[in-house]
Design a protein around this ligand. Structure first.
Ligand code: NAD
Length: 242
């Protein structure tokens, strides 16, 4: 039996992943912020809470064989205008939170487990206004590689997926602004946004024995958007509200 902890599993890509894995026969523990209706509360910025999550999952289920970390937040500000506290808020969830999850997952999961983090197209493609998010997600690619090296002796695989635009509560507000959705689609060769289930399918693969020889990898899932350029978000927003 695969026992998989899905963090940030109450919404968007995480919720689709929890659903896909349950349908595939995993025993899934959904963890998310308090008040989100998850099975277990966790705040990835709080080390004691992350440690307690894995202690409890192992105590409840005997062992944990998979972890998916979908917790993420974003913000929009040019570097020269960026509030430092807002910068830290995004880096704290997206990068330091990912580190805390890999640290405590790495200590508690079974040998041979598979750990998957959610990075982004923005790890490789810069977007105006997205400095904190881009820097965090690029850092997470590197963190994935280092952790894969360090845990390979226990056959623990450490990978990431990097989605392009998927409409979820994280991205939906921007889609209502004139020109933004079109700019994303123009820069996506396959001409559409992704579905949460399409990201979940790749995560399911990385958790499975079919991916037994894949570690330290970041898988782009973006309709080819990494081949083109990222929309000028700040420019489009300034134009829409001029
Ligand atoms: N939607 C996209 O287009 C897209 C593209 C690339 C990458 N991603 C990444 O995919 C992941 C999931 O995003 P989504 O689009 O499903 O967003 P979402 O807002 O629907 O889900 C994010 C989840 O993270 C949880 N979360 C936030 N802060 C947390 C914290 N401190 N501790 C624990 N949980 C926390 C939220 O409660 C929420 O359930 C994120 O890491 C995001 O950066 C999303």
């Amino acid at each position: 039996m695969q026992v998989t902890v899905v963090i940030g599993g109450a919404s968007g890509i995480g919720a689709a992943t929890a659903h896909t894995l349950t349908a595939a026969g995993h025993r899934v523990v959904v963890a998310d912020l308090p008040g989100t209706g998850a099975d277990v509360d966790v705040d990835v910025t709080d080390e004691a809470s992350v440690e307690a999550l894995f202690e409890r999952a192992v105590a409840d289920h005997g062992s944990v064989t998979g972890v998916v970390n979908c917790a993420g937040v974003s913000t929009l500000a040019r570097v020269v205008d960026h509030d430092a506290a807002e910068w830290r808020r995004v880096v704290d969830v997206c990068l330091t939170g990912s580190f805390l999850v890999l640290k405590h997952a790495g200590r508690r999961v079974a040998d041979g487990a598979s750990l998957v983090s959610l990075t982004s197209l923005n790890a490789r493609q810069p977007g105006t206004g997205l400095a904190a998010y881009c820097a965090s997600k690029a850092g997470l690619v590197s963190l994935t590689e280092v952790t894969a090296l360090e845990l390979a002796h226990r056959r623990i695989r450490v990978n990431a997926v990097a989605p392009g635009l998927v409409v979820t509560p994280l991205t939906a507000p921007a889609m209502d602004i004139d020109g933004i959705r079109d700019a994303y689609l123009e820069n996506t060769p396959l001409g559409r946004s992704g579905e949460p289930t399409e990201i979940a399918a790749a995560i399911k693969f990385l958790l499975s024995d079919d991916a037994a020889w894949i570690t330290g990898e970041t898988l782009d899932i973006n309709g080819g958007a990494h081949l083109q350029r990222y929309p000028d978000l700040v420019g489009l927003i300034e134009k829409a509200f001029a």
